[in-house]
Design a protein around this ligand. Sequence first.
Ligand code: E4P
Length: 230
Amino acid sequence: MRLLLDTANLSDIRYFNEYYPIEGVTTNPTILSAEGGNVLELLSEIRAIIGWDKELHVQVTEKDFDRIIEEAIALVSFLGENTYVKIPATDVGLKATKYLSKRGYKITVTAILSEAQGMLAANAGASYVAPYVSRLDNLCADGVGTVKQISDILSFSGQKTQVLAASFKTAKEVLDVAAAGCHCATVGSSVMKNLLSHTTTDTSIARFDSDWKQAFGDVTILSLLNEGKK
Ligand code: E4P
């Protein structure tokens, strides 16, 4: 399952883009509000960090159809063609998705809270549909189950639309949607770190280092190989 980073924090984006296998960055109005400042400068800095080839998902802030279309077109011309315009799952959102996807724009229909919304968004031509896992769980619904159902519906119908699961609070939820057949997930910085970190990995590495040092001192395999070349 492919991973995107769900933040607009520049130092986090620099770090994860350098070290982790992420395919892009997702934002929403709340995520951008958390950083504050000049939003357009922030978005273009994100684009500069991740480069033109990675995905950048940005949500529309306009509400009526004509303004959403104008905003979406302006956003893509500002941030490049690998920009996914996030549009919430409403009737106006579906109309805008139909209009823009027919004209080649990549749309992520967001704030998906049901299988029916996911199906409609895919039928409207969305590139991604983004179900909100932990927000569903908080309603005593089944976030991972909803992601699985939408993934199944899309694959049964042979649609190209992919599921971009979002709104994660734990690393386990991320693994659960991967095991449920989800194509892609967007994950915040702390959950992303939790996907990698493990105390037993740390103690294992410490043990490897101390055993090696006890037997060979400060040499490394590289230093021995370089020594042999002399
Ligand atoms: C994607 O960008 C979604 O908007 C985001 O994952 C929602 O996450 P939240 O439910 O933690 O706000």
